[in-house]
Design a protein around this ligand. Structure first.
Ligand code: GTP
Ligand code: MG
Ligand code: ZN
Length: 299
């Protein structure tokens, strides 16, 4: 058996090449995937653990080891946590998009943390209004970063303290500030950033590929942002389990498997009514249920 066979992790993928960080030597090896991956319908992604052969000039990926999880948007595998970079303006904050990202991340068994950007562009009233909303997310169980000055060192340090021994993916809308935040964490990264389109109030899809960087004893990924997301692989029975604050009360619903829609004796709905659960989270939940039902009809 090949003593040339080594193990490592893909930390970057560029036009058919995969840069593998060797588990033992910690060297970076450029590889290609074997042709038979395509036949088997498998595509290596950043974050994958692989067996590879480095006996030639160029390494070859021989095998992709089983994944603990994988995301499609952005394409990355074996992730522990996600920093959901969320802009307060430019593009404007959308609770619907944030909740959709959170649900998608929870569905993949990844821990989401929420980082609010561009708060420096807000007046005090608007900031206080948003702060209240994010305090709500904090009560729902999420770690949030909502400082008035979005990139102050103390907040950056607090964020970095979550990275050790983990794989962290930065995700969120294009133009939200993922690459900017990473540059504040480590200016040497020098990641490309670009002003959003003022006419469309949308990001310009500046980051084009997923890359993992070693930061604060962990691996951290910058990724391409998106403008919208679909909940394609989530079943409607699963949806309520992806809301930590629903899970907290669903055991007290009168019916087992309560969907918190029309059932009598629903504790989740009671908690929405008394303000313990955010109305916007519940409204988005109903909206997503509808969306999932409409996929069912289409396919
Ligand atoms: N004023 C202000 N501008 C910010 C902040 N964060 C990011 N920006 C600006 O917003 C624009 C978009 O930032 P990027 O870091 O490129 O956004 P991104 O999320 O990486 O976008 P994609 O790579 O397209 O997914 C840039 O012009 C940044 O300078 C912030 O907190 N305050
Ligand atoms: Mg970027
Ligand atoms: Zn219920």
């Amino acid at each position: 058996m090949g003593n040339m066979e080594k193990k490592g992790r893909i930390i970057k993928s560029i036009s058919g090449f995969y840069d593998v960080l060797d588990n033992d030597s910690h060297e970076l090896i450029r590889t290609r995937a074997r042709g038979n991956f395509r036949k088997r319908g498998i595509k290596p992604v950043v974050g994958d653990f692989v067996e590879y052969d480095a006996s030639g000039d160029l390494g070859y990926i021989l095998e992709i080891l089983p994944r603990t999880n994988s995301l499609v948007r952005p394409p990355i595998a074996n992730v522990d946590q996600a920093i959901v970079v969320t802009s307060s303006v430019e593009p404007n904050f959308s609770s619907n998009l944030l909740d959709k990202i959170l649900v998608n991340i929870e569905h993949n068994g990844i821990d989401p943390l929420i980082y609010l950007t561009k708060t420096d562009l807000l007046d005090d009233d608007k900031y206080q209004e948003l702060k209240k909303i994010f305090d709500g997310y904090n009560r729902a169980g999420y770690v949030v970063f909502t400082d008035r000055d979005p990139y102050n060192q103390e907040q950056i340090d607090r964020l970095e303290s979550h990275f050790a021994d983990k794989v962290t993916v930065f995700t969120g809308q294009s133009g939200a500030g993922k690459s900017t935040l990473l540059n504040h964490i480590n200016p040497e990264l020098g990641l490309a950033t670009a002003a959003i389109s003022q006419t469309l109030n949308r990001g310009k899809h500046t980051t084009r590929q997923v890359s993992l960087f070693e930061i604060a004893d962990g691996l951290v990924a910058d990724t391409p942002g998106f403008s919208s997301l679909e909940l394609i692989s989530i079943e409607k029975e699963e949806l309520p389990t992806l809301y930590p604050e629903f899970v907290e009360y669903s055991g007290e619903c009168q019916f087992r498997g309560c969907n918190h829609v029309n059932e009598p004796g629903c504790m989740v709905k009671e908690k929405v009514a008394d303000g313990t659960i955010m109305q916007s989270r519940y409204d988005n939940y109903l909206y997503f249920l509808n969306e999932i039902n409409s996929y069912k009809k289409r396919y």
